[in-house]
Design a protein around this ligand. Structure first.
Ligand code: NAP
Ligand code: MG
Length: 515
C-alpha cells in the first residue's frame, strides 16, 4: 500500500516525552559504544585483521566503535559478490524491491532517536541536527520506494500502425557507493537505496569518520530481509580501496558525494576503459559548495541575520549548503553584521550530548587543522569580527567565526572551508552582488533576501546555483520538496530527492514488435 509521500516531521524537543526519549537513546547508545563490526560481503560477515576506529568528536578519546577495514582482496570479493547477486536482483519486480525500502523506513521511524543518538556520538550532531539527518534518511527510503513504483509504468510512445512498441527501464549493474561523513545517515542511505531500488547491486564504502552508523543501517537492511549480496558493506580507506573499486571493470557506475578534489579524481579515473570492461561507466557526483546569502537594502534584516547564522553555523558549518559568504548591501552592511555577530556570540558551543548545545565539534583533527588554517588565512585577508579560536575542551571545537570586508577574490571567499566560518563583503548594486555570488567555481546553493519582486525575478534568471532560495536559509533542503544538487564544480546536479533522480540508475530499453 502506497500513501502520498509526506516528509517525516522534525521532533518537537519542547515536549517532555521527546526529551526523555532522546536521553534514553543516548544512554542506550552509550552502553553499545566500542563494539566491533564486520564487513558484509555476499551476506557473509567478515572480520579482518585491520580496523577503522571511530571516535566521538565531542570527546576525542571515546571509541564509538571499531569497524573491520577492507583490503583489496575484500574489495574484489565485494565487487564479485555484487555482480553475482545482480543476476537475481535485476529480475525482482520493482514493487517488490520498493517494499524493502518502505519497510526499512517504518523501522527507522520507530527507532528514530536511537539512530539520531548514534549521530550525536559519531558525527557530533546536536539533537536537532541529528534528528533532521535521521528524518531525511526516512524520507529517502520512503520517497525512493514510492518513486520506483511510480516510474515503473510503460512510457507513452507515438503509435505506429502494425507495431507494438515499448520503452522500459532496466538497471545498470554493480554500483560503487561513496558517501561523505557529514550526513552520515541521510546521504549514505539516500545514495545507497536509490541504486538498490532501481535493481542494481552495490558496494557501499562508507566515510571513514562515520562507519558505525553505516554498519547500523546495513543491519537494518538485513532485518528487512534484503537478499544477500545486494548491499555489500566495505568500510575502508578511500585512497586505498577507493581507486580499486572505481577502476574495476565490473563497476558499472559510481555514486559519489564528497569533496571537489575526490570527485574530480573519480571523474578522471572512471573515464578510463579498463581491459575486459564492456561499458562506459556512469557517474553521479555531488561535490562541494561556496554558498552565499545576499541581503539587499530593502530586506527584512532581522530575518536575514537569523538565517545567516543558522546557515553558517548549523552543524558547525559542515554542510555542502552552508553559508560561507554573506554579501550585504553597503547601506545595511553594518547593521546586518552587528545583528549576526550578536546572535552568533550567544550560540552555545560544546558537547552535543547536552540538549542546549547549538553547535558541536568539527569532525576530526585534520578538519580542525584545515579550518584553523583558513582562519589564519582569513586574518591576513580580511578583518576578524568574532571567534577565530579553538576551544579548550576534550574535542574538536572551534568558535563560530565571522570575518568582514573580505575581497570577493580572496581565498576565504573562493575556497570551501567546511567549518564554522562566514565572511562578509559589501556591495553597492545587484549587478555587483550577483557577480560576486556567481564568481566562484561552485554553484550549489544561495539565497537572496529582498522585498522587491523585480529583484527576485532577476535573481531567478541570473544567480547560477542548483538550489536558489529567497528570504530563507540556504541549507535544509527537504526530500521531494527541494530536489538537491549543484552546478559547475558542485557536481552533476543529480537532484537528489527529486522526480528525475532514479533515472540515473537505470537505462531505457526499447522493444518493437511487428504484428
Ligand atoms: P571526501 O573527503 O571527498 O570523502 C568522501 C568519500 O570519498 C569518503 O567516503 C572517502 O573515504 C572517499 N574517498 C576518499 N578518497 C577516495 C578515492 N581516491 N577514491 C574513492 N573514494 C575516495 O569528502 P568528506 O570530507 O567526506 O565530505 C565533505 C565534502 O562533501 C564537502 O566538500 C561537502 O561539500 C561535500 N558534500 C557535498 C554534498 C552535495 O550534495 N553536493 C553533500 C554533502 C557533502 P574516506 O573517508 O575513507 O577518506
Ligand atoms: Mg568519529
Amino acid at each position: 500500500m502506497v500513501v502520498p509521500f509526506r516528509n517525516e516531521p522534525f521532533t518537537d524537543f519542547s515536549k517532555e516525552n521527546e526529551v526523555k526519549g532522546y536521553e534514553a537513546a543516548l544512554q542506550q547508545v552509550e552502553q553499545e559504544l566500542g563494539q566491533e563490526y564486520p564487513l558484509i560481503i555476499g551476506g557473509e560477515a567478515i572480520y579482518g585483521k585491520a580496523w577503522i576506529t571511530s571516535y566521538n568528536p565531542s570527546q576525542k578519546d571515546q571509541v564509538v566503535g571499531r569497524v573491520t577495514k577492507a583490503d583489496l582482496e575484500h574489495a574484489e570479493q565485494a565487487i564479485q559478490g555484487a555482480s553475482q547477486a545482480f543476476k537475481q536482483w535485476r529480475r525482482v519486480p520493482a514493487e517488490h524491491r520498493a517494499r524493502y525500502l518502505l519497510k526499512a523506513a517504518t523501522l527507522l521511524r520507530q527507532r528514530k532517536h536511537y539512530f539520531s543518538a548514534w549521530l550525536t556520538y559519531e558525527a557530533g550532531k546536536s539533537w536537532a541536527e541529528a534528528d533532521a539527518d535521521t528524518a531525511e534518511a526516512i524520507d529517502f527510503l520512503e520517497y525512493y520506494g514510492q518513486e520506483m513504483i511510480r516510474i515503473n509504468r510503460p512510457v507513452e510512445l507515438v503509435h505506429f500502425p502494425g507495431e507494438d512498441n515499448q520503452q522500459n527501464y532496466i538497471p545498470l549493474g554493480v554500483g560503487v557507493i561513496i558517501p561523505p561523513w557529514n550526513f552520515p545517515l541521510a546521504i549514505m542511505v539516500g545514495i545507497t537505496v536509490s541504486a538498490i531500488v532501481t535493481g542494481n547491486t552495490v558496494v557501499l564504502k562508507p566515510a571513514s569518520a562515520t562507519p558505525v552508523i553505516a554498519a547500523k543501517f546495513v543491519e537494518l537492511m538485513k532485518e528487512v530481509g534484503l537478499p544477500d549480496g545486494v548491499l555489500n558493506f566495505l568500510p575502508g580507506s578511500g585512497s586505498e580501496v577507493g581507486d580499486f573499486l572505481v577502476d574495476h571493470p565490473l563497476t558499472r557506475f559510481v555514486s559519489f558525494t564528497g569533496s571537489r578534489d575526490v570527485g574530480v579524481r573519480i571523474y578522471e579515473r572512471i573515464a578510463k576503459v579498463q581491459p575486459n570492461q564492456i561499458w562506459l561507466k556512469r557517474y553521479i557526483a555531488e561535490m562541494g559548495g561556496k554558498d552565499f546569502i545576499i541581503v539587499d537594502h530593502d530586506a527584512d534584516l532581522d530575518g536575514a541575520a537569523r538565517n545567516i547564522v543558522t546557515s553558517a553555523f548549523g552543524f558547525s558549518g559542515q554542510k555542502c549548503s552552508a553559508c560561507s559568504r554573506a554579501i550585504v548591501h553597503e547601506d545595511v552592511y553594518e547593521e546586518v553584521l552587528a545583528k549576526v555577530t550578536q546572535i552568533t556570540e550567544q550560540l552555545q558551543v560544546g558537547d552535543v550530548r547536552q540538549q542546549e548545545t547549538y553547535m558541536g565539534p568539527v569532525i576530526d583533527q585534520s578538519a580542525m587543522n584545515k579550518i584553523l588554517g583558513y582562519i589564519a588565512i582569513g586574518k591576513a585577508e580580511a578583518k576578524l569580527v568574532t571567534g577565530g579560536n579553538a576551544l579548550e575542551l576534550n574535542g574538536f571545537f572551534i568558535q563560530p567565526t565571522i570575518f568582514r570586508d573580505a575581497a570577493p577574490a580572496s581565498r576565504i571567499m573562493q575556497e570551501e572551508i567546511f567549518g564554522p566560518v562566514v565572511a562578509f563583503t559589501p556591495f553597492s548594486d545587484l549587478d555587483e552582488a550577483f557577480a560576486i555570488a556567481n564568481g566562484t567555481e561552485y554553484g550549489l546553493t544561495g539565497s537572496l533576501f529582498t522585498r522587491n519582486r523585480e529583484s527576485i525575478e532577476r535573481a531567478r534568471e541570473e544567480l547560477h546555483v542548483g538550489n536558489l532560495y529567497f528570504n530563507r536559509k540556504c541549507t535544509g533542503a527537504l526530500v521531494g520538496v527541494h530536489p538537491f544538487g549543484g552546478f559547475n564544480m558542485s557536481g552533476t546536479d543529480s537532484k537528489a530527492g527529486g522526480p528525475d533522480y532514479l533515472y540515473q540508475f537505470l537505462q531505457a530499453k526499447l522493444t518493437s514488435e511487428a504484428f
